[in-house]
Design a protein around this ligand. Sequence first.
Ligand code: GUN
Ligand code: ZN
Length: 466
Amino acid sequence: MPDSRLDSASGQTAQPRRVLRGDLLDFTADPGFALPAESPGVRWRPDHVLLIEGERIAAIQPATESLPLEWADVPVTDHRGQLIMPGFIDTHVHCPQLDVIASYGAELLDWLNTYTFPAERRYIDPAVAHEGAERFLHALWAHGTTSAVVFPTVHKVSAEALFDQAKAHHMRLITGKVLMDRHAPEGLLDDVDQAEKDCVDLIDRFHGQDRLAFAVTVRFAPTSTPEQLTMAGRLCQAYAGTYMQTHVAENRDEVKWVASLFPTARSYLDVYDREGLIGPRAVLAHGIWLDANDRAVLKAHGAQIAHSPSSNLFLGSGLFNWLEAEREGVHVSLASDVGGGTSLSMLRNIADAYKIQALQGVRLSAWKALYTCTLGAASHLGLADEIGRLEPGCMADVVVWNVAHGPVPEHRDRIAQQNLARVLHANLHERVFAWVTMGDERNLVSTYVAGQCVHHAQSVAQATVQ
Ligand code: GUN
Ligand code: ZN
């Protein structure tokens, strides 16, 4: 329980304090595609304590050192043997698509028409939007994700609902009303003028409030008229602190369709670039079918691709060439893209990312993958001072994990631990890699957002020592 007391010196109510004890894992730099044993930037602090004061991490120290005097009576939550990590950052996920996750048998364009658009129409109802937003944020936390870049629907209320829910929990959330004024069914279309007014109103009311940020949210090029794309570019230029999120070059039929809709554009990415939509705060999902020119544009702007492995496999979209993007200087983050993706678990998405790279002859280490879901995403979003690291001053968005859950992972972990006792650095990766490959939300112990416990696994008994 957090400890909230009157500070006798200042006469003010002291910030609640809590102490978590366990094995701390985070990153100080990009491990890249180096061999696991030679990867830079891996910060492993076994049996340490994390001191949380109010919303932030106050200090970190070895558990064997005595706590500062003023912390002496704060109970220590004992997670010895468990991993304590920064919460994951999902850079591309659709709130309303929890209703259609795991829908059978279609590629992107059919999938949108058959499943996704009908589900999104329901979000015109404020009650559906608010219930959906609440369910969605709780689901993120239950999967170990504490920050996200989110697509709601075309309805303004769907963005308001997400902002309201995130604000109530001091969660870092980036979203914005979806823009789409063509090629979608009735009930899912806006128009340029009203959409611009709605966006400006949402920016005024939510952008920069608490931990919220607005994203100009172009669904994808086919569902916006050229006039709407121009308006979206105008918003990005007028409100420089906002983000931009969209989809690009996900599916081959989609790419052909965009070429026919925008015959004067050099490429799919160029449809966005020539409207001023690509900047350092642009988050573009997929980018499987980009060319070297496009990658040079992304690099020049510092924009990022939200690689969505489970979605790319499930919708049969293609194999993203991460190494090529990396070599050509493109920022890459990882995303669930639920409901095209089949799990909100970033662990499951990491496991899929590994297989996508393996099919192309590339080995993705657990270090690179975990870095990408934490400090990597935070850096590309310009938020590394706030999230993605276990560092004093950062927000206490923290997740506690069991490295193994169930008889086979537990057996595998015992073997890895025996190896670990022999050669530490080479074999820590063996243990962590088995966790990310077999793990999912069942491994999760507890999730903290801004210092508050927002999810705690029912089945895990928690002990307090001291
Ligand atoms: N492209 C346009 N809309 C969507 C969507 O909702 N999901 C995915 N995966 N791709 C899209
Ligand atoms: Zn998507």
